[in-house]
Ligand binder design. Structure first.
Ligand code: PEP
Ligand code: MG
Length: 747
């Protein structure tokens, strides 16, 4: 960049900063700023358009256009050149504006006199705040240096807007972060909550976007980048993980931290008058807008890495750590880009809800939220940029919707929804100690799924008759290293104590697939869900399985013990796993430890193959538990983690129901109990159908027990069976409609 432009830019930024410091109303400041920019850039027009709401831009100040148009001229996002700059978050620079694509003539502004147009987005950390425009009569394109200078100015304007510098009375702008915003995401866990935002990583606040002395600012920047490089190197050197993905991310961090072009761009920003922090943010904003438009997943991931790295750099420069001292508000709703299960568990059960920008339904954070029965919405795009600590927030986990700073009407409607849910809860509480006996007299046993110590208090409060599935891998996932046998045995013993003589079916470790332990060698598999996971790992590398079986036997300490092996696909796998169990029992006996008073060893049926296993299999197992989540994905060949295909196949599809009936029949023939423990068991309509085809034990998350029991007690399962049979006879693909219609006629 030329020296003259550089020093002009610095002068202009200095003046902007002075207007910030003046005690003036927001509108007066905006008016002064457009005047300053127009004279410094030697253009006839300078205008600032800001967002009035998320879809509408408003001309908020101008030098050169008709003053009467201020706060009158508005355009929708994408409309006209200004709207296009805002939507694409990129610069439009043209010598002949009226001829440019998308130009919209706005007669009230008198802009027909001006030929050239240059608009740059005013954005902060990827969220668009407005557009800065310069225009002149002369038909010319603005030079690259001029455009760059405008971008620098726009960065300072964004910081000023964030700090509330343009807020004013009357028609002036209201402060940012005050309007209601609606986010449409995806349901991670149902339920509704009314609370206040607690940011997992509060935004860094930059109060000094402009700096006087570029040399000392450059020194600050370089020192901070050095600190950053050292910390990234340390992370890489001390990481014990062989998890290739994690190492890849750290390698990408290192690459960016040492990137000359990133450094050079930030140095140029500082030369033109920005503070080191503002320079980092300017480049981060650019990366974020590229991230939003990047089609390629790999590129998006790398831009993400750069974004994380910029955050680290900002925290080094400002000294603002994650711990800002902000107290956790009452009824805290955690808002984060993403969060791991360990970090989430640290917050404890006090959270009222969770909202994430990323995440997936099957993620471990989702499993924890489900275990806590608190609403979770994922894919709430951009919420971390909008929300402030303490903001009122309503989370509608049923619809996957979040209302940030809701207005009174929405709030009232939401209170009604919560009250309705509370009423329903009361209704469920009143039947808590009653059996799930249908009108035909059949009783269905309802058990709960668990995986954390924190789940156990739900056992008495939900009315569950036992724990039908204890996912032991959660204990492994939330740690940074392999738990010790003594630690596990103490934990399992507490689980058995807490169950108070109720049955707990411990499932041995189901790792692999999406459940990757940070401290175990990750496998580079083309298709991990069908890869080396669960019992396959347990049998091939039996060390951990043996340790776990020993821990379970010791935990039982003479009490009954129930164990099931996950993902058994053929008879021999069950035999081998059971042989491990018997060896563990022998070993414990020799060591003098008391053995369980009774032991049941079962298998999870999660692959279709097992339904066709020889009779011997059904005779040798003590019980079977159908893992519907995995079974369904393999039955339909539809990835349970892939939102696009996941919902395509209905659990109430007649093929799937017929298949489940076959399993029920084979178990009945061998006289072995069978239960169903996938997520579908917790959905009342699905639960009725599962019971109708003969399943007598369903295991689900605790919060589902009430609704499932409530419905089961109101229906006659013989009739339901008839409805299913008729629907099948009519050749329907799914029985859902027929069952729905029948249910709607029940009292
Ligand atoms: C299942 O697959 O249905 C199951 C209960 O196991 P998980 O969801 O832990 O894979
Ligand atoms: Mg499974």
């Amino acid at each position: 960049m030329g020296h003259r432009i550089e020093s002009d830019s610095r002068k202009l930024l200095g003046r902007l900063r002075d207007t910030m410091a003046e005690d003036a109303a927001g509108q007066a400041r905006l008016d002064k700023i457009v005047h300053l920019i127009a004279s410094s850039m030697q253009t006839q027009v300078c205008s600032i358009y800001l967002f009035r709401d998320s879809e509408t831009l408003e001309l908020c100040a101008t030098e050169g256009l008709d003053a009467a148009a201020v706060h009158q001229t508005r355009m929708r996002l994408g409309e006209g050149l200004v709207g296009r700059v805002a939507r694409t978050r990129s610069v439009i620079n043209t010598a002949d504006a009226p001829a440019a694509k998308g130009f919209r003539y706005m007669p009230e502004t008198g802009e027909e006199r001006y030929s050239s147009f240059c608009g740059v987005p005013i954005q902060r950390l990827g969220s668009a705040l407005g557009v800065l425009v310069v225009q002149s009569r002369e038909a010319r394109e603005f030079s690259a240096d001029e455009v760059y200078a405008l971008e620098v100015v726009a960065m300072v304007l964004a910081e000023m807007a964030e700090l509330g510098a343009f807020v004013g009375e009357g028609s002036a702008m209201t402060a940012r972060h005050q309007q209601p915003v609606l986010f449409r995401g995806t349901t991670g866990q149902e339920g509704a909550t009314d609370g206040h935002v607690y940011l997992h990583e509060p935004r860094v606040v930059v109060t000094n976007p402009v700096a006087d002395d570029p040399d000392s600012e450059l020194a600050r920047l370089r020192e901070a980048v050095d600190t950053l490089r050292v910390s990234v190197d340390d992370m890489l050197n001390t990481t014990t993980t062989v998890n290739t993905e994690q190492v890849q991310v750290l390698e990408a961090y290192r690459m960016f931290a040492n990137s000359r072009s990133w450094m050079r761009r930030m140095e140029e920003d500082v030369q033109s008058g920005l503070s080191a922090e503002a320079a980092v943010e300017k480049e981060q904003s650019l990366a974020r807008s590229r991230m939003n438009s990047a089609g390629d997943a790999y590129l998006r991931d790398r831009l993400h890495d750069l974004d994380d790295l910029s955050n680290r750099l900002l925290r080094i420069l400002t000294g603002q750590g994650k711990e800002t001292g902000a107290a956790m508000p009452e009824n805290a709703v955690l808002v984060a880009r993403n969060i791991g299960p360990g970090e989430l568990l640290e917050y404890g059960k006090g959270l009222r809800g969770i909202v994430l920008e990323e995440g997936s339904v099957g993620s471990h954070a989702a499993i924890v939220a489900r275990a806590w029965a608190i609403p979770l919405v994922i894919h709430a795009k951009n919420i971390t940029a909008e929300a402030l600590n303490g903001d009122p927030i309503l989370v509608d986990g049923d619809q996957g919707i979040v209302h940030l700073r809701p207005d009174e009407n929405v709030h009232n409607a939401f209170r009604d929804k919560i009250a309705m849910q509370a009423l329903a809860q009361e209704r469920y509480a009143s039947i808590r100690d009653l059996p799930a006996t249908a009108l035909c007299g059949t009783t269905v046993n309802l058990h709960m799924n668990a995986g954390l110590m924190a789940d156990l208090p739900s056992l008495p409060s939900s009315g569950a008759e036992g724990v039908g599935l204890f996912r032991t891998e959660l204990q492994f996932l939330i740690r940074n290293q392999m738990p010790k046998r003594a630690e596990l045995s103490a934990l399992y013993s507490r689980v058995i104590d807490a169950a108070n003589n109720k049955r707990v079916a411990f499932r041995t470790l189901d790792i692999g697939s999406d459940k990757v332990l940070p401290y175990m060698q990750a496998q580079d598999e083309p298709n991990p869900a069908m890869g080396w996971r669960a019992i396959r790992v347990g049998l091939d590398k039996p060390g951990v399985l043996r340790m776990q079986l020993q821990a379970l036997i010791r935990a039982a300490h003479g009490r009954p013990l129930t164990i099931m092996f996950p993902f058994v696909a053929q008879l021999q796998e069950f035999r081998d796993a059971k042989a491990e169990m018997n060896k563990a029992l022998d070993r414990e006996r020799i060591l003098g430890h008391p053995l369980p008073s009774k032991i049941e060893v079962g298998a999870m049926l999660e692959t279709p193959s097992l339904a066709f296993a020889p009779d011997a299999f059904f005779e040798e197992v003590d019980f079977l538990s159908i893992g519907g989540n995995d079974l369904k994905q393999f039955f339909f060949a539809a990835d349970r983690e892939n939102e696009r295909v996941r919902r395509r196949y209905d659990t109430l599809n007649v093929s799937f129901l017929s298949f489940l009936e076959l399993v029920v029949e084979r178990c009945a023939k061998a006289g072995k109990p069978v239960s169903f423990c996938g997520e579908d068991a917790g959905r009342p309509i699905e639960a009725v159908c599962l019971a109708a085809i003969g399943l007598r034990t369903l295991s689900m998350r605790p919060a589902s027990i009430g609704p499932v029991k409530h419905l089961l007690r109101r229906v006659n399962l013989n009739e339901a069976r008839g409805v299913i049979a008729d629907s099948r006879a009519r050749g329907e693909q799914s029985v859902r409609e027929a069952i729905g219609e029948w249910l709607s006629k029940q009292s």
